[in-house]
Structure formats: C-alpha cells, structure tokens
Write a protein that binds this ligand. Structure first.
Ligand SMILES: Nc1ncnc2c1ncn2[C@@H]1O[C@H](COP(=O)(O)OP(=O)(O)OP(=O)(O)O)[C@@H](O)[C@H]1O
Length: 290
C-alpha cells in the first residue's frame, strides 16, 4: 500500500440538491419531481481515483453531470479548484471545459460516425485553438492514440470500423487531448464485453497515475471499483450513505446499504478473499464537506 497522504481537494461538493420535473401519467396530467441528488456533500481529492457506486437510479450520473457542469444544482454548490462552477462564465468557463473532461458509457453514440478517428481525437484541440495547423493536430492525434494503446494507423479510420473497446479508447484519447485535471468517466465499461472491460478500466487507472489527473469513476459495479479506486462514495436514493478509502469501505462498511452491496459482490468467505486483495492505497478518506 502507498503511504497515506493528504492530497488537496480539487472538487468540493457542498450540500447539492438536484430535482428533475416528472410528468405523472394520469388522465388529468400532473407534475411531480424526482429527487436525483439530495443534499449531498463530498470532496474529491486531487490526483486520486474516486469511485461513485450505487444501484441504477441512485443519482450517480446526475452527480457526475453536476461535477462536469453539464447540469446545474438547484441548491448547494460545486467548487472546482476554489471557484463555484455554477457562476463561472466566459474565459473561466472555457478554461473549466478544458480542465474537466467526461467519458461516457456508450462509445457508439459518443463519436461522430462521419468523422475519422484522428478528427475525433484532435477536435478539442481545434475547438480550444491549440495545435492550429492540421499537421500539428494529426501529429498530436497519433501521439494520443498511441498513448491509449491504439495503433497510429487507426487515426485514418472511422468509428464504425472499430470495436467497442477501440472506440472507448478513442473517447479516452479525446478526453486527454487538452491535458485535463479531472476526468469524469460515467460507466465507461458497461457497454463493452467482459474481456474488454478490465482493459479499459486499467487504462483509465494507469492514465490517472501517469497523467497526474484526478479521476471520478461512476459505476454500479462495486466489485471492480473497489479494486481500482483510492476512495469510494456509496449513493442510495440520491444520498451519500458512506464514503471512505476503498480498503476501509471494503473491510469495515458501516452502512447497511453498503454492506448489502458488498455482500452481493464478495465471495462466501470474505475474510479469506479480502486478505488476498491488492487494493489501491488507503490514504486518509475524503471528507464530507461541511
Ligand atoms: N434528465 C432527466 N430527466 C428526468 N429524470 C431524470 C433525468 N436524469 C435522471 N433522472 C432521474 O433521476 C434519478 C437518478 O438518475 P441517475 O441517472 O442520476 O442515476 P444513476 O445512479 O446514474 O442510474 P443509472 O446507473 O441507471 O444511470 C432517476 O430516477 C432518473 O430516472
């Protein structure tokens, strides 16, 4: 295990609530709302991997979209590197868009089928006016493709000619193009076949280490998250029920919901199995923001 270290907080989620309007299917019509994230506070520490786990509908994706500012909270705030992301505009917002990237579940729909892989990878460079010439962008696309384990020749191909795993690598290369400080990966492996899942998960975790970035990994798959994340946050019905280092949560889960999730993934003799686990460093657990 690595030595515990108190990494600085990169994202501070403070008492965030998000509701969605919900149309009730009655003859007279009607509206109610769904509480997707409920008064949730959590810190994401720099240079670490935070796994967000919970069942379907527990609010994980909504929280990921809030962190990436693809949604705005109804109340509470998300502080990224000391700035409230709901209030930033103009140049600050462009800088935020550069520093925070997302990787989504479905690599089939997240890439434009009419554009080459090289174009997809280099597009953020074009949008953010980096690598101005097409030859510079091509060179950078090749570099990024190789960085995620793809052959350089792939940049002239189209997404439809790629496997699911290759497409997800392209999506990851694209997310890396601007050298982000934070990557939010929302179920990045669940659309892939079993044999490819661990490859993509390992790639993300390796990049988190080598590219010196912070990774928020959203998944319903507690079994794999507990192996690759430094810290784990457990969500249930929009609420954060437990947060701590992956090792601590796996060894001594305190909330019944976490215990139930774990008992579904741990083998029958957990004590023996747990001793064999090689977890990522425990370190001090992420604190709930006040
Ligand atoms: N755009 C939306 N409009 C209305 N309701 C939404 C919207 N997005 C999410 N919800 C609802 O908010 C709740 C939380 O959804 P969310 O997708 O965040 O959960 P999740 O844990 O990521 O689930 P899953 O793993 O199935 O994606 C669910 O009840 C969902 O139906």
């Amino acid at each position: 295990m690595r030595e515990p270290k108190a990494d600085p907080v990169l994202v501070d989620i403070c008492a965030v609530t998000k509701r969605y309007a919900h149309h009730v299917g009655t003859a007279r019509g009607g509206r109610s709302s769904i509480l997707a994230v409920a008064d949730l506070s959590l810190s994401v520490r720099q240079g670490r991997t935070l796994g967000i786990v919970g069942e379907s509908g527990s609010g994980k994706s909504t929280l990921g979209r809030l962190i990436s500012r693809l949604e705005t909270p109804d109340s509470g705030s998300i502080i990224f590197d000391g700035r409230d992301v709901s209030t930033i505009r103009g140049r600050e917002l462009r800088e935020f868009r550069r520093q925070v990237q997302t990787v989504f579940q479905d690599p089939y729909s997240s890439l434009d089928p009419t554009k080459t892989v090289g174009h997809a990878i280099a597009e953020p460079l074009h949008v953010h006016r980096e690598a101005r010439s097409s030859s510079q962008r091509r060179a950078r696309a090749i570099e990024l493709a190789e960085r995620v384990g793809l052959p350089r020749a792939i940049i002239d191909r189209f997404p439809t000619q790629l496997s699911g795993g290759q497409r997800q690598r392209v999506a990851i290369a694209r997310a890396l193009a601007l050298g982000p400080r934070l990557v939010v990966a929302d179920e990045p492996t669940s659309a892939l076949d079993l044999s490819t899942r661990s490859e993509i998960l390992n790639l993300l975790v390796e990049l988190q280490d080598t590219e010196d970035m912070t990774l928020v990994l959203i998944s319903h798959d507690f079994a794999s998250i507990r192996h690759v994340a430094h810290d784990v946050a457990v969500m249930h019905h929009g609420r954060l029920v437990e947060v701590g280092s992956a090792a601590h949560i796996t060894e001594t889960p305190t909330h019944p919901y976490t215990q139930a999730l774990l008992s579904a993934v741990l083998p029958p003799h957990p004590r023996v199995a747990r001793e064999k686990l090689t977890m990522r460093a425990a370190g001090p657990s992420p604190t709930e923001a006040p």
